[in-house]
Design a protein around this ligand. Structure first.
Ligand SMILES: NC(=O)c1ccc[n+]([C@@H]2O[C@H](COP(=O)([O-])OP(=O)(O)OC[C@H]3O[C@@H](n4cnc5c(N)ncnc54)[C@H](O)[C@@H]3O)[C@@H](O)[C@H]2O)c1
Length: 325
């Protein structure tokens, strides 16, 4: 049985706590949050100082559900104590932090919560590409059009700021989609992007909209991400293959081949957090512990997230909205 702790008991921690209490081989043992009542939320040992928790609780693993900028330092502190790390996305907001996470992974198992890699439709598309049954990839396009208004930012002390969130619509909301696109495309030779702040000017420092152009060989990949939409619409990812087009929209996959359309709906667990987060946390976390148990490499280990992090950081270097002074 893995003794597991959670650091950061805000929004997403509830999904981690639910998964950790439902798996046969994990026990949610302790929680840390700087806000005492949050640390007590799940009825286990509670700490306001996460270092104290790491020192006292004999944990096998810790889940990082804290603001973005804290992930690298917390991963390093856990690794120094021989405690495995499962970090929420993004694992880091800059190159130094990303290096710290990779160094931690040399000492202990480290996993990144790109849970949408575990979505059945994503796995099916990966298989189609590997088998080549619809031919090679010709292009990818994706849209992440969600709604994050002023209230979302004013209710948080870390969102909307370069120093603590590291960006906006891309690093927080569309990072999963970028990661999935790169999983199909591979490492692009060309990355170019632009960003803007349309509806949140004066409210946040970071971008509310990003458009990204990637190219690998002759294959283009286009991503449009914005928090300026009227609702959290299902993410759309389309793969243009030589013999078919596959369109993923939330849990619906449409296969278009020779003018014929086939629709396949995948039922995911609606109790695992908000639908637009994707319901992959359970599969992803279960696989993390299975891999540790069996000594297998985890699909979301840091070196399997390298392309995503390189492109993400490259986009911000090129196109980050000028910081307010
Ligand atoms: N995988 C997904 O789909 C998904 C979805 C939502 C959020 N997330 C990620 O989860 C993380 C947390 O997001 P959230 O929306 O839950 O944020 P949140 O602000 O609701 O929660 C963060 C918690 O961390 C606590 N905290 C801050 N500093 C701390 C410290 N030094 N020690 C201990 N606790 C500390 C805060 O008090 C707060 O309770 C982010 O990285 C976010 O990107 C991932």
């Amino acid at each position: 049985m893995f003794r597991v702790g959670i650091i950061g008991c805000g929004g997403i921690s509830a999904v981690h706590a639910q998964v950790l209490t439902s798996l046969d081989n994990t026990k949610l043992t302790a929680c840390a949050d700087v806000i005492p009542e949050r640390a007590r939320r799940y009825g286990c040992a509670a700490y306001t100082d996460y270092l104290q928790m790491l020192d006292q609780e004999k944990l096998d693993a810790v889940h990082l559900c804290t603001p973005h900028y804290l992930h690298p330092v917390m991963a390093a502190e856990a690794a120094r104590r021989g405690i495995a790390v499962f970090t929420e996305k993004p694992p880091a907001i800059d190159a130094e932090g990303w290096e710290q996470v990779k160094q931690a992974a040399k000492r202990v198992p480290v996993g990144v919560c790109f849970q949408n890699r575990y979505h059945p439709h994503i796995r099916t598309c990966k298989r189609y590409l590997a088998d080549g049954i619809y031919g090679k990839l010709c292009g990818v396009r994706a849209f992440v059009t969600w709604n994050r208004g002023k209230a979302y930012y004013t209710s948080s002390d870390w969102k909307g700021k370069w120093a603590t969130e590291g960006g906006g619509a891309l690093i927080n909301q569309a990072i999963h989609t970028l990661d999935l696109m790169l999983g199909f495309l591979g490492e692009p030779e060309q990355v170019s992007a632009s960003m803007g702040n349309h509806h949140l000017q004066g409210c946040v420092e970071v971008e509310d909209t990003a458009e990204i152009y990637l190219k690998k060989g002759e294959i283009p990949a286009l991503l449009y991400a914005s928090t300026a939409y009227s609702q959290d619409a299902p993410v759309i990812i389309e793969l243009h293959l030589e013999k078919a087009v596959i369109r993923l929209e939330g849990d619906l996959m449409t296969l278009i081949e020779d003018g014929k359309r086939q629709e396949i709906v995948c039922q995911t667990d609606p109790t695992l957090g908000r639908s637009y987060w994707g319901a992959g946390h359970k599969a992803c976390i279960a696989d993390f512990y299975r891999c540790i148990t069996e000594g297998q490499p985890f699909d979301n280990r840091p070196d399997a997230c390298e392309t995503t992090m390189n492109v993400l950081l490259d986009v911000y270097r090129q196109a980050g909205v000028p910081k307010e002074t």
